[in-house]
Ligand binder design. Structure first.
Ligand code: HEM
Length: 196
């Protein structure tokens, strides 16, 4: 019997994004865990570099006027400055080889990248807890993994409602899903290059 979950047409756009990228997410999740980011400070430094490259890449999207119209409040969401403060807390410089960055230029693909970036804050609850082992917290070293002031769940629900209010065409939606997949692939590629 076919379950409703599997019938993509009955899902909301946000659910379709989740459904279409679940294997991409899970492979990123397991690769991050394999790199043991919380085993010691050195590994955590590498993880911070990875997060920095990802958040630096998506940062221009939060300033994009067209995206700000689609997602009111977007300008207040980026976590780049929190990642940079975390780097600073650990005595690391926030300089990056710009050739390592990737920022989508297509508006609809950018929606998928934003989904990936904002959703990463959901799983970050677990990651944030792990940073306590290294004595980092919301005021020192793990600022970018801390919950949004309104809490992770209300903030995520608001973003999901904004995604579901977009009413994209099939073609635009396909671009957004491609964007989300590209964002996960970019994260994975960056992780591999930092750990090689
Ligand atoms: C070890 C690393 C990670 C763990 C353990 C993890 C775990 C999780 C968990 C438990 C959820 C909630 C799933 C649910 O409610 O059904 C989630 C959601 C999500 N995560 Fe991760 N995550 C990790 C890394 C990442 C990274 C690096 C990204 C992006 C680059 C990411 C993107 C997302 C997205 C987009 C969602 C939202 C899924 C949805 O549509 O509900 N995650 N993650």
């Amino acid at each position: 019997m076919q379950t409703i979950e599997k019938d993509q047409d009955t899902l909301t756009f946000a659910k379709r994004l989740k459904y279409s990228t679940r294997t991409n997410h899970d492979s990123v999740d397991s690769l991050v865990m394999q790199s043991e980011p919380f085993a010691n400070e050195e590994n955590y430094r590498k993880f911070l570099r990875l997060q920095h490259i990802f958040h630096l890449s998506v940062a221009p999207l939060y300033q994009n006027k067209a995206l700000q119209v689609l997602f009111p409040g977007l300008a207040e969401l980026p976590r780049l400055s929190a990642v940079e403060s975390d780097l600073n807390d650990l005595g690391l410089k926030a300089d990056v080889d710009v050739s390592l960055l990737a920022t989508p230029t297509d508006l609809y693909q950018a929606i998928g990248w934003l989904y990936c970036s904002e959703g990463s804050n959901i799983g970050a609850a677990f990651l944030y807890k792990e940073t306590q082992k290294l004595s980092f917290d919301a005021d020192h070293g793990a600022r970018h993994l801390a919950a949004h002031p309104e809490g992770r769940a209300p903030h995520w629900r608001k973003f999901v409602a904004q995604l579901d209010a977009l009413s994209l065409t099939e073609e635009q939606e396909a671009l957004a899903i491609k964007g989300a997949m590209d964002a996960f692939a970019f994260y994975k590629k960056t992780l591999a290059s930092l750990n090689s």
